[in-house]
Design a protein. Sequence first.
Length: 331
Amino acid sequence: MRQTISSISKVQEFDFSVNFRSFPDERSLELRIFHIVEAVFRMLAHLFKILYRFLFFSPDETLYPTPTLTDQGQYCFDLSNLPWKDDTSSEGLYLFIHGLGGKPWEWMSYIEALNPNIHRLAPHVPCAGFCSLENEEIPLMPILEDYLKKFPGAPLHLIGTSNGGRIASHLETHLSPELIKGRSLSVISIAGVHGGTVLIDSLKQLGVASLLHPGVIDSLSYNSLSSQNLLKQWQDKQYEWHRHDIKVRHCFYATREDEMIWPISSALPFLPHTQVEDYHVFHGYSHLTLLDGVREDIFARYFSSAAHLINRKFSCYGKQNQHPLNFRSTR
């Protein structure tokens, strides 16, 4: 039986500093100001990119599927139109999940950089994420189950940005060991709101948080009971993976100039018994622009074997000025 976040008993003595990573900021004041200005200019360029894509981008429904609302009031995807419906083998699935109020085409540069024979999907999150986490995740699970049952042993990669990082973590907690056994599983979270954000609490004080879905307010409030329970579920899942000798890699990206996630340690959760935990803290990127900012790093570190444009599109890896702080925990 599916266990929802709301049904979990209260987490006792939850210590935020223990359950989330925190890295000291040793930059000078001048460098901090420079990175803030840099983040602002990148944000302005990003807004023009959003406008361009809104006006001229026509999404492929096979790669960017949209869920439909059934008579029972549930969102679901058309499983008969998935990219692998006619295939007999697969080198892996890359599932890209956008954030609150986002669009699937935010992942277009990632999708285009992957080999054509790699299965990839960037679905529309129901209600653009303005609903409960369960309603966001439930329509996506049949997609994963369809793929995992059809291609035993094929790698699975869950990549989420912002609230999409939380959705990816929730999807992982509901994957069964029987479906994952014998395959590699990686979860990458980019500016994920795993511990909530003080921004939501500030919106509450201003009296404008009521414009959001109640489930969003509760889930994204800083250190809320809902976020604590979700993290506890996620941590418990690592013990389950460990008992079944299933190796999982988790990678977390954050930016010092994140205007949405306060503090940024909320994007860097601690997961015991995972195979590898990678933490990357960037400078000079906003919450929205970090997705494009870390693309080269992700492909160079994790997706190089799957990228057919790695030599052409990502040749400048390591030459940018973001100077990320990297930390790896292996077990």
